[in-house]
Every structure is written in structure tokens, then in C-alpha cells.
Design a protein around this ligand. Structure first.
Ligand code: NAD
Length: 256
């Protein structure tokens, strides 16, 4: 196939169902000829992810729970054996306990804080650490973040702190890996109704706010994020690293 990403092997982590942002990203990457490797968190979602992946020609599906170092080691080994070279990594993974996504942030527990950091921020570092040695032709790593990293958003709480840590990790990783021709960036998406968003209290009122106040007067669609991810994976973005790009209809620029 011809396309901006033909000949590129790209790892896509974080598909849970057809509403997942990672799934929209996969569609955009596949449309430009990328060869995709999907990972799934647990057996609970294996069948669903495999079924979705089967609609994309030549794609591969492998297990990887990002809280388990051995899983990420195993993934890197399989990728090396099967493809040799990796060109891109899409990290679209986050988790916090539902009870920590409401009420006051000040009530956050020690282990709830650590869990959100581990899955939502450290996992990018853990994955980058194992994958960059496979990116011998240079490449692009990207993750998904949210404005709650920069500003206080009601109920986002502990996840906002995890996203702040994730965005800082993007900058430090970009600084480390630039010498190998590897770029690291984040996309800060506007609110989208997905499985992960279900955990956030009053999500509907957040969507309504965006519709009313965003310059584009609409909520963010996953396909818009997918196309920006495709740009970040392609040579078109070759001068960009350590950056967080907002795909939110412009909502983040609006004051009171
Ligand atoms: P989603 O629920 O479809 O995706 C979250 C993914 O994280 C799932 O595939 C889940 O399996 C995976 N995951 C969780 N724990 C894991 C683990 N231990 N190991 C491996 N995978 C694990 O929801 P989504 O909205 O598509 O979320 C994707 C990313 O986008 C997240 O980082 C989220 O914070 C971010 N984001 C979402 C929104 C939104 O409004 N939906 C906005 C901005 C950023």
C-alpha cells in the first residue's frame, strides 16, 4: 500500500472497544499504510480487541498489562523477533479508581495516587524504555493527555496530577531520545465519551460546556484525534518533539 506511513511498524496500546481513542488512531494509521500491532490489557478484552483488529489487514494482537514489567519485556522480545524494527508507539492508557474521580482531591489516598501514577504516567516511561532500542531507524512515540494536567477540572482530581506527570515525562523522554531520531509528543484531547470517561462524574455537563464554549462549538471526535496522531507518526511532524498538541476544538484558549 502507498501512504504516508507505508513500510512503518507501529505499536498501538489502549484499544478496549470501538469507542477507544486508540481505535480511531488505528483507523487513521491504517489508512496511510502502517502495519499495526495491537496490545490488550487482559483476557477480559482479548476477544473484543482481536475482533476489531481482524478488520485491519495484516495486523497483529499481543497481550501487555503495563503494570507488569515482564509483560512489556515479553512484548519487546516478540516485536524484535517478528518485525526487527519499530517506527512508532501509540500509548493511549490511563486508570484511576472511580471513587478518586469525585469529591475533593484533598481526600486522595496514598495507594490511589500511586496507582494512577503507575498506570497513567509511569507506563509511558516503562514502554519507551523497552521500545526505543527497537526504533533503530528513528521514530515517533505519542501519548494521550487532558487539560486537567494544566488546570483544575472538577472531579478529574488524581488523574490531573497523573496527566501532569505524563506531560513532564513526554518532555524528559523527548530530551533523552532526540539523539536517536525518536520524537515524543502528547495529544491533549477534549472530552470524548469512552469507557475511561465513564469513571468521571458529571461527564455530560463537561461535554455540554465544550459544545457551548469551544471556538468550534462542538465536542471532539475520536477521528480528529486519530488524524493528528497520524500526523505525529508521519514525517510531516519531523520537527516536533516534547510537545503537547491540543485537539479540543480550541476549548483550552477560552477564558471566562
Ligand atoms: P478507553 O477506556 O477506551 O481506553 C483506556 C485504555 O487503557 C483501555 O484500553 C484499557 O484497557 C487500558 N488500560 C488500563 N489499564 C491498563 C493496564 N494496566 N495495562 C494495559 N492497558 C491498560 O478510554 P479512552 O478515552 O480511549 O482513553 C485513552 C486515553 O485517552 C487515556 O490516556 C485517557 O486518559 C486519554 N484521554 C481521554 C479523554 C476522554 O475524554 N475520553 C480525553 C483526553 C485524554
Amino acid at each position: 500500500t502507498s501512504g504516508l506511513l507505508s513500510g512503518k511498524n507501529i505499536l498501538v496500546m489502549g484499544v478496549a472497544n470501538d469507542r477507544s481513542i486508540a481505535w480511531a488512531i488505528a483507523q487513521s494509521l491504517a489508512s496511510q499504510g502502517a502495519k499495526l500491532v495491537f496490545t490488550y490489557e487482559s483476557e477480559r478484552v482479548q476477544e473484543r480487541v482481536s475482533k476489531l483488529a481482524s478488520t485491519i489487514e495484516d495486523s497483529v494482537v499481543l497481550p501487555c498489562n503495563v503494570t507488569v514489567d515482564e509483560d512489556i519485556d515479553g512484548l519487546a522480545e516478540k516485536l524484535k523477533a517478528e518485525f526487527g524494527v519499530l517506527h512508532g508507539v501509540v500509548h493511549s492508557i490511563a486508570f484511576a479508581r472511580t471513587e478518586e474521580l469525585e469529591g475533593m482531591f484533598v481526600d486522595t489516598s496514598r495507594d490511589g495516587f500511586a496507582l494512577a501514577q503507575d498506570i497513567s504516567a509511569y507506563s509511558l516511561v516503562a514502554v519507551a524504555k523497552r521500545m526505543y532500542p527497537l526504533m533503530t531507524e528513528g521514530g515517533s512515540i505519542m501519548t494521550m493527555t487532558y487539560m486537567g494536567a494544566q488546570r483544575v477540572m472538577r472531579n478529574y482530581n488524581v488523574m490531573g496530577i497523573a496527566k501532569a506527570s505524563l506531560e513532564a515525562s513526554v518532555r524528559y523522554l523527548a530530551s533523552d531520545l532526540g539523539q536517536y531520531g525518536i520524537r515524543v509528543n502528547g495529544i491533549s484531547a477534549g472530552p470524548i465519551r469512552t469507557l475511561a470517561a465513564k469513571g468521571i462524574k458529571d461527564f455530560n455537563s463537561i461535554l455540554k460546556q465544550v459544545e457551548e464554549k469551544a471556538p468550534l462549538r462542538k465536542t471532539t471526535e475520536t477521528a480528529e484525534v486519530g488524524d493528528t496522531a497520524m500526523f505525529l507518526m508521519s514525517h510531516l511532524s519531523r520537527g516536533i518533539t516534547g510537545e503537547v498538541i491540543y485537539v479540543d476544538g480550541g476549548y483550552n484558549i477560552v477564558g471566562a
